[in-house]
Design a protein around this ligand. Sequence first.
Ligand code: F6R
Length: 241
Amino acid sequence: MIRTIVCSDYAEMSRRAADIVEAEMLLKPDCVLGLATGSTPEGMYAELVKDNRDGKISFAAVRTVNLDEYYPLAPDNDQSYRYFMNYHLFDKVDIDKANTNVPDGLAADTVAEGQRYEALIDSMGGIDLQVLGIGRNGHIGFNEPGASLDTYTHCTDLTPSTIEANSRNFASIDDVPKQAMTMGIGSIFKARRIIVMASGKEKADAVACMLAGELDTNCPATLLNLHRDVILIADRAALGE
Ligand code: F6R
């Protein structure tokens, strides 16, 4: 079931998402957070950093698993999702880096890496709260639209539309990796609660498709209708208003 929190703009979406993450951390200081990268959660991470600095929340016992990582890409590459997480959150809060996890973008054996990551999530007791963004094409993590979807963590080809959308962060479109390691739909569904953040009119089609309630592997976010606890935090533009 998807509940929707309507926000006026990006700033409000960021604050509301941070409130939910912080509530989880207060209730369960050693919670497992599933985290996303991209432009959408940057503002939420800034709120979390501020509240950590102000002493309102502590990451000291928090454990994290990120959704995905470009493949192949080294963790110290400034376009990697490991670099993103260090820059936007981990380096700025009191988290123990040993408790943070991102799929290995340099794994020699991607099948083995998928199995390792899945076992890791299970060994942590699953994910308490998963944060998701949504792709313009409806992808979640890097589960791209297609005839079928993968259940667990795997290596996937990025679609031309995702490569184009993400090229804004690279020197040229040719520099965007063509593949990624990503949690599968089943990995995401291991989360006890999921929040999906969406901002801007570029996301309106994908959000409308998700809220229409039909399941369609060509819009992977529609699968979220099967999960029992999903909260969409979206601004009016993303809701097509
Ligand atoms: C990022 C991820 C992706 C993004 C999506 C939206 O870890 O898994 O699914 O959430 O591509 O990206 P932005 O927020 O940049 O529009």
